[in-house]
Design a protein around this ligand. Structure first.
Ligand code: CKU
Length: 599
């Protein structure tokens, strides 16, 4: 678990210099980089953009599909005026595991390719001189790591990944790298919880720092006016006539925290927050005590050229597409996204189900297209896997807890919960995570086809249900879709008869669709069929009042492993990979724009 995951800011006390751009890059297939001194940097590599996945830049398949160790290195100058400050290098994400060196000195390692980590380098850097940061990364997949999969040794001696999940194993420094200079005494974290009513809102805050100190806290509105002030490591900021953060009607305040010692301000941290509450009551999801019906998507951080890397241009387009179509939410399937995505969602009033990369915990997903027939949770890998799983749940919640857009935490995507072996794992997972979020937002995980109401042994854990269902595509497809509808209704009738008094959200359903393929009457892969499948699901959703959300799969087409069911990736997008609409996007826009945004 990371000590601090605060997003970098620049102010009179803190410096933040991005080390993005071209880094030296080398593959290390026989893991000899350490013996060859690459931790001291190297100049005979290739120039690799950061942030970016390395895969799609290459023109040869061995490089694109490369699995194993690989190195990045970059030199940076550290001015003398930073002497006496705490010098850190913060990696937004290194996929999947990394070891960091500065000037040849090993600083730290990190496991997990979708969350930040910070290397404390004050004792390794030279002030007033050039320094070198090197990072060794490994992108192999294992059953005891997240996301789950295998790494194969081919007969030609090369390695290949076998993901138990349906997205490409894009790897590298996928998010920005920051060179930070902080005061020796500094703020390391803060958290907020809320009470809101129409005429008053109270922010209950708590601050952590690396030293004993006094704290002054201001809450400033969007016009720069101080709306409330407080003092102390914890306390309340009470705003009269507040402008609340609402779905698709976002209003942000800035919390400004000063760390003070002997009357002198030594550090400051500021962040944008939203005054709102989240609740689950019976079948309802409530924001500020008002029921919300989720409309949105499963997504991927995925784009041409940059792979899995955060791309500000793509995110701006995706947010505009979601507003155009009438969405009010998305799930960060199947891993935590770059912090800037949640900042976009905060500003746009879009709710986020934040998901940890616990995906592929199901042997039937091995190689995705049909795997071993055993319970994943019977495997000998489960003990080691759990340590990494709960560690990444802790860091995801620690990193994202202050975003008003975060509605809920998805602790797993489609685990195999159909056997008793899953129960002790999920009992521990939900017990160990219950107090991680000061706001106690709902926790859930997605239930896939085989984990029906009747078969899942873990229905008791989630605060609301996320159902991934694929009648019309993976079964009862084409002309049999009417049987698919009947089967879906039969399962939902079971949910309806049950005493389960929680909301159900459909978090995945859809059809691969080749843009431009038209057929009358329809045929699978045609744009007409994608609409017919969505019409079927929407007929079902409109029949059950405990269904409180619809998030078709996926917002956009995305890259996957090669396969006989994948045509250059997954085509279930409502938009193409270059973010242009398929016919179904216009159909869905009509359906969603009939509803009030925060219905
Ligand atoms: C049946 C597995 C559930 N779901 C997982 C998601 O990651 C895949 O992309 C999606 C699909 O097959 O389109 C299916």
């Amino acid at each position: 678990m990371e000590d601090s995951l605060l997003y970098p800011v620049i102010n009179n006390y803190r410096s933040d210099q991005k080390l993005d751009g071209l880094w030296n890059f080398k593959f290390d297939p026989t893991s000899v980089g350490g013996q060859k001194g690459w931790q001291n940097g190297f100049s005979d590599g290739i120039e690799m953009p950061v942030p970016a996945s390395f895969n799609d830049f290459f023109t040869d398949k061995d490089a694109r599909e490369y699995t194993g160790d690989f190195w990045y290195s970059k030199s940076f100058f550290l001015p003398t005026y930073f002497e006496g400050q705490d010098i850190q290098i913060r990696f937004g994400a290194a996929t999947h595991r990394a070891v960091v060196f500065v000037n040849g000195q090993e600083i730290r390692s990190h496991e997990g390719g979708f969350l930040p980590f910070t290397a404390e380098v004050s004792d390794a850097v030279k002030f007033g001189k050039e320094n070198v940061v090197s990072i060794k990364i490994n992108n192999e997949l294992h059953r005891d790591a997240l996301p789950a999969g295998d790494t194969l040794k081919l007969k030609n001696g090369k390695r290949a990944v076998n993901p138990f999940f349906d997205f490409y194993n894009y790897s590298g420094l996928n998010r920005s790298v920051h060179l930070l200079a902080l005061p020796k005494d500094h703020i390391t974290d803060y958290s907020t919880t809320y009470d809101v009513s129409d005429d008053q809102a109270t922010v209950h805050y708590n601050i952590t720092a690396n030293t004993e100190a006094d704290f002054k806290v201001n809450l400033v509105d969007e016009n720069g006016k101080v709306a409330a002030t407080s003092e102390g490591q914890s306390g309340d900021l009470t705003v009269t006539n507040p402008i609340l953060w609402n779905v698709r009607d976002a209003h942000l305040y800035t919390i400004m925290i000063d760390l003070v010692k002997d009357g002198q301000t030594l550090d400051e941290y500021s962040d944008e927050i939203g005054l709102r509450t989240i609740e689950i009551k019976g079948h309802e999801i409530l924001v500020n005590h008002k029921s919300v019906y989720l409309r949105g998507f499963g997504r991927h951080e995925d784009s041409i050229y940059a792979g899995r890397a955060f791309d500000l241009n793509v995110e701006r387009r995706d947010m505009n597409l979601m507003k155009w179509i009438g969405a009010n939410s998305f799930r960060s399937s199947h891993y935590p996204y770059d912090e800037q995505v949640y900042k976009f969602a905060d500003r746009e009033g879009i709710l986020v189900i934040d998901e940890v990369p616990a995906v592929g915990f199901k042997m039937a997903a091995a190689s995705f297209l049909g795997g071993l027939d055993q319970s994943f949770f019977d495997g000998e890998w489960v003990t080691e896997l759990y340590k990494k799983h709960i560690d990444q749940v802790r860091d995801m919640i620690k990193r994202d807890k202050n975003h008003p857009s975060v509605l809920a935490w998805s602790l797993c995507n489609e685990p195999d919960t159909s056997t008793d072996a899953a129960v002790p794992y999920f009992t521990k997972l939900f017990n160990d995570s219950v107090n991680l979020d000061p706001e106690k937002r709902p926790r859930t995980f997605t239930l896939n086809e085989d984990d029906t109401f009747e078969k899942s042994k873990c229905k008791q854990f989630p605060d609301f249900f996320l159902l991934n269902r694929y009648p019309g595509w993976y079964h009862k497809w084409g002309y049999e879709i009417s049987d698919g509808e009947a089967g879906l209704r039969a399962e939902l009738d079971e949910w309806k008869k049950s005493d389960i008094d929680k909301p159900v959200v459909f978090s995945e359903y859809g059809a691969d669709t080749e843009p431009g393929l038209h057929k009358l009457p329809s045929i699978m892969w045609s744009e007409e069929y994608q609409i017919e499948l969505l019409e079927m699901f929407n007929r079902v959703f409109d029949s059950y009042d405990f269904i409180r959300g619809e998030q078709p799969w996926n917002l956009a087409d995305f890259q996957t492993v090669e396969g006989n069911m994948r045509v250059n990736g997954n085509k279930k997008g409502l938009f193409t990979r270059d973010r242009q609409p398929k016919a179904a996007a216009f159909y869905l826009r009509k359906r969603w724009n009939k509803l009030p945004l925060n219905y």
